[in-house]
Design a protein around this ligand. Structure first.
Ligand SMILES: Cc1ncc(COP(=O)(O)O)c(C=O)c1O
Length: 403
């Protein structure tokens, strides 16, 4: 294997003069805060996913926090999630003063283990909601989730931060639950100039509340940004006529985004189908070529009804292989191939989470396994066939010399 000079990035945003011009036009327009482009982006994105309402925020993590806040659960209510994956699927439950109930991850799909979910909701009839990710774009069985949700009266939040464009049962992930979220961080399927997130909602009232909470909890977000000129006395505060922009019906946050992010994102949406095509093609190529290494790795499996738009390509070392993840990953990194671990692995083993009071249903053997043995390769649009072949050759060479 001839060593490369340039690195193969794990993720890379694709954009050109079109996004840059859109941002420049936005800067020339004069109003830089949330405005008409944000509203245009929200409407277009909601339609794309197949949800009626969307609220743009500054990150996927903020989106998860707001989705949990608008569930309106009394303090201490139980919310079910997966112990493995990205921390900000789990941490907003704790931030919202709710009780985390966690179950293991499924080794085949790397999604929340649905048998354990069923066990948990049967055992704890007072679980009020479930939040889970479509891991790396691999769709969770939403028919089974929605069946359990209606049987056990659960509200459902789909963390679709890594699953933009994935489909199951002919529908986009993020269109099934009461709420779903998406991330537009720089490494994701599409970006809003490096960051961003969105909350999708099924009804107008909750979408209004998400918008209110992202703006400090203020009243009357429905007015429309372009009509927002001058002082209004359209609210009452402590018996006094007051401006809605300074009337707060609850305690919120500032999760707004500058308008240039929406300008950038609207152009990125024109590229989405190409991004999805490339991600699917790159994933399929890696899977076809690496599949023969099944004695060494577990490969991710999808449901027959699923059509993922992959975020990454995960590999999990089988038990008792004659090498460690550290050795393999360091070999790839030394050969200019950028990789990542599977996010936080078992989140509950992370030092910041160890003292979290969690109700566990079942053990966390698989979460510990992915913590120890999983890592990710990139499948983004900037990867050429030559780069993918180089990655495959490197893995094969490592195995040949370490078996
Ligand atoms: C599953 C999942 N949820 C939430 C997030 C958080 O998104 P953000 O980085 O935009 O806060 C991420 C980040 O990659 C993620 O992978």
């Amino acid at each position: 294997m001839k060593k490369r000079k340039d690195q193969i990035f794990f993720a890379k945003a694709v954009y050109d003069g079109k996004e840059i011009n859109a941002v420049v036009d936005c800067l020339k327009y004069g109003w830089l805060g949330t405005g008409r482009l944000t509203e245009r982006f929200e409407k277009r994105f909601a339609k794309y996913i197949g949800m009626p309402y969307a609220s743009l925020v500054n990150s996927g993590s903020s989106a998860n926090l707001l989705a949990i806040r608008v569930l309106n659960l009394p303090e201490g209510s139980k919310v079910l999630t997966c112990a493995a994956g990205f921390p900000s699927t789990l941490s907003p439950i704790w931030h919202s003063h709710l009780q985390v109930v966690a179950v293991d991850v499924d080794l085949k799909s790397l999604n929340i283990d649905l048998d354990r979910v069923e066990q948990a909701v049967k055992k704890h009839k007072d679980i009020k909601a479930i939040i889970f990710a479509h891991t790396l774009g691999n769709p969770v069985d939403m028919k089974r989730i929605m069946h359990l949700a209606s049987k056990y009266k659960l509200q459902v939040i789909e963390d679709n931060c890594d699953g933009l464009g994935s489909e199951i049962y002919g529908r986009k992930t993020g269109s099934f639950g009461n709420f779903s979220t998406c991330s537009f961080y720089a490494s994701h399927h599409m970006t809003l100039a490096g960051a961003g997130g969105i909350v999708l909602s099924k009804n107008e009232k909750s979408a209004y509340r998400v918008k209110s909470l992202r703006e400090w909890g203020k009243e009357q977000i429905t007015l429309g940004y372009d009509k927002d000129h001058g002082v209004y006395f359209d609210s009452i505060s402590n018996g006094v006529p007051y401006d809605h922009r300074y009337s707060y019906s609850e305690i919120g946050y500032n999760f707004k985004v500058p308008e240039i992010m929406a300008a950038f994102g609207l152009v990125q949406m024109d590229r989405l189908e190409n991004f999805h095509r490339d991600r699917r093609k790159n994933f399929k190529y890696l899977m076809t070529k690496l599949n023969k290494l099944g004695d060494y790795f577990h490969f991710v499996e999808t449901l027959p009804q699923a059509n993922p738009s992959w975020f990454n390509f995960p590999l999990t070392l089988r038990d008792k292989v004659p090498f460690s993840r550290k050795d393999l990953v360091e070999f790839l990194e030394k050969n200019k191939i950028r990789t990542r671990l599977f996010f936080a692995g078992n989140i509950l083993r992370q030092s910041g989470f160890k003292s979290l009071p969690v109700i566990l249903v079942g053990g966390l053997e698989t979460a510990d396994k992915v913590h120890r043995d999983s890592f990710l390769l990139g499948v983004h649009s900037s990867q050429t066939k030559e780069m993918l072949d180089y990655m495959i050759d490197a893995i094969e060479e490592f195995i040949k010399t370490n078996k």
